[in-house]
Design a protein around this ligand. Structure first.
Ligand SMILES: Cc1cc2nc3c(=O)[nH]c(=O)nc-3n(C[C@H](O)[C@H](O)[C@H](O)COP(=O)(O)O)c2cc1C
Length: 175
């Protein structure tokens, strides 16, 4: 029997199609607690979250980027991961840790999730980050890392198996 944390990590897959079923507030809160437990450089805690459940707003966010936003079409809710980039010079790392913890917790709570990259992305005409900032009224000092699309899965992917362990990427001692 494999170590429990490895099995948890094998089970997490990106899900881009969700059921209409609503997700209870208590479950959403548990997912958020995972994000709030994220460590941060110098313990500055620059990361904040915006929970979006409104359908129209979710569809607006979907259009903030040309490709890779299909998860937002059916998502029951989204968590937008932002950080005060004036507070920490390594906010990208801090926000990324929070984002993946959200995905792992969601998976363990029976939800599907997909990371939708916003930082350094654009649609035809505008910068995706500016677009998201405008839609959600986010103050300028915050940068937007990603939008996590979440909900009950309407598609299924197999868990990873031991073939995912590519030890050719591991170097001992020296490269
Ligand atoms: C930094 C990062 C950015 C990503 N951006 C997107 C995205 O914009 N749209 C999307 O549908 N998936 C996105 N993904 C999900 C990846 O495509 C997915 O993790 C990868 O294909 C592996 O599949 P898995 O998550 O099921 O293991 C992103 C993942 C990461 C880590």
């Amino acid at each position: 029997m494999e170590n429990q944390i490895l099995q948890v990590l094998k089970n997490r897959r990106s899900i881009r199609r969700f059921k209409e079923e609503k997700v209870d507030k208590e479950i959403i809160e548990q997912v958020l607690k995972a994000g709030l437990l994220a460590p941060s450089s110098k313990n500055k805690k620059p990361v904040e979250f915006i929970v979006v459940e409104d359908k129209e707003t979710l569809l607006g966010l979907k259009d903030s980027k040309d490709k890779g936003t299909e998860g937002l079409k059916t998502a029951s809710f989204a968590i937008v991961v932002i950080a005060d980039s004036q507070l920490s010079d390594v906010w990208v790392e801090d926000a990324s840790i929070a984002a993946i913890l959200i995905q792992i917790a969601a998976s363990e709570l029976g939800l599907g999730s997909c990371w939708i990259q916003i930082r350094n992305r654009k649609n035809d005409t505008v910068d995706s980050e500016d677009e998201v900032r405008k839609i959600l009224n986010i103050p300028d000092k915050y940068s937007v890392l990603s939008i996590m699309a979440l909900g009950y899965k309407d598609e299924d992917y197999a868990s990873y198996d031991d073939k995912a362990y590519d030890f050719s990427k591991v170097h001992y001692g020296k490269y």
